[in-house]
Design a protein around this ligand. Structure first.
Ligand code: NAD
Ligand code: G3P
Length: 332
């Protein structure tokens, strides 16, 4: 049995804690709010995962030192844009050879850094001890123990395997990889593509349109990932096309649902007001666009999503602009 700390008591932090508890581990979850911590200690998380009974083996606390004391692995699952601030407090607790795992799927605004880069920079954790878990893993399906797989990526394959071992269960199958860049890029860009697919859905378009956006979304994700040094094969795996399909097609996806509401005519401010949970693509569309521009990579869907979300362009205009682009070879 391993002792594992999970920072973040939202949907995915709690759902991942349930995987770890089913794997027979002692799991301690850090949460910001005492009321939510009390709920988890009584076996539920009604705020984020209503109607789900948490397995035994999970306890929660608001004290970062208490959850990390004796932990061999520390899992981070907070909104990407708050990670840097959080690590200013938690950084000193992440040493002593602990493996630090990012579950987050976003790119930092301003710096265009991936979450593993932020962890390395702020907390001083060596890259060989930073792993990323990414794949088609909608929290509400995972807590119902519906079968799914994911990728654990780390430059040190032994560390990736250590993480994979603790989250292997009868319903969750982790594969290992050393392609951290590919796993992180796949996870972050699919949220932006899911916003675009959601908008198309909200505008009343059908499956041809959605499949077109997903396929061309994969093309731009692959271009960017390769420019950053990722293995292109990761894009045809679980952290690439796997997660892209799940997020773009599922009504459980917050990014997809956010896009649907925009397509139906609501404003970004109205949808944001209604959205209690993290839809990473809304912020990361801007940082991913900056990252792509810095590397001279064309990301037309991301560019248009950013125009809708941050420049007030209508979803209908987004579609018109994408369809009126100059003709080109499909594989360029
Ligand atoms: N929900 C999923 O199905 C899922 C699956 C895979 C990956 N992810 C990724 O996991 C990450 C976390 O997502 P989530 O679904 O748990 O989000 P969530 O909105 O459900 O929960 C976020 C948690 O972070 C806390 N939080 C918010 N602001 C904070 C701050 N400033 N400091 C500390 N804590 C703060 C919230 O209180 C909440 O407990 C995201 O990057 C998301 O893309 C989510
Ligand atoms: O609900 P979303 O849109 O944040 O997507 C959740 C997961 O990333 C799906 O793998």
């Amino acid at each position: 049995m391993s002792h594992i700390a999970v920072f973040g008591a939202g949907s995915w932090g709690t759902a991942f804690a349930t995987i770890l508890a089913h794997g027979g581990n002692d799991v301690r979850v850090w949460g910001r709010r005492p009321e939510l911590v009390a709920q988890i200690n009584s076996g539920v998380n009604e705020d984020y995962l209503p109607g789900v009974d948490l397995p035994s083996g999970i306890s929660a606390s608001t004290d970062p030192a208490e959850v990390t004391d004796g932990a061999e692995i520390v899992i981070l699952s907070v909104p990407s844009q708050s990670l840097r601030t959080n690590l200013a407090d938690w950084g000193p607790l992440l040493h002593d050879d602990k493996i630090v795992v990012s579950l987050m799927k976003g790119i930092e605004l301003g710096t265009t850094k991936r979450m593993s880069e932020v962890i390395h920079e702020v907390a001083g954790v060596p890259s060989e001890r930073i792993a990323v878990v990414s794949g088609p893993n909608l929290a509400k399906e995972i807590v119902r123990q519906q079968p799914a797989a994911s990728v654990v990526a780390c430059p040190d394959l032994e560390a990736a395997d250590t993480v994979a071992a603790v989250c292997s269960t009868s319903f969750f199958r982790p594969y290992t990889s050393t392609d951290v860049i590919g796993a992180e890029l796949g996870g972050a860009v699919k949220n932006v593509i899911a916003l675009a697919v959601g908008m198309a859905s909200g505008l009343g378009f059908g499956d041809n349109t959605k499949a077109t956006i997903i396929t061309r979304g994969l093309a731009e994700t692959t271009r960017l990932a390769m420019a950053l040094g990722a293995d292109p094969r990761t894009m045809s795996g679980l952290a690439g096309v796997g997660d892209l399909i799940a997020t773009c097609m599922s009504p459980l996806s917050r990014n997809h649902s956010f896009g649907v509401k925009l397509g139906e005519g609501m404003s970004v401010a109205e949808v944001t007001e209604q959205t209690k949970q993290t839809a990473e693509g809304v912020k990361s569309c801007a940082s991913i666009l900056d990252l792509a521009r810095a590397h001279g990579v064309d990301v037309p869907i991301t560019e248009q999503v950013n125009r809708v979300v941050h420049e007030g362009v209508s979803p209908q205009d987004m579609v018109s602009v994408l369809l009126s682009r100059a003709r080109k070879h499909e594989m360029d």
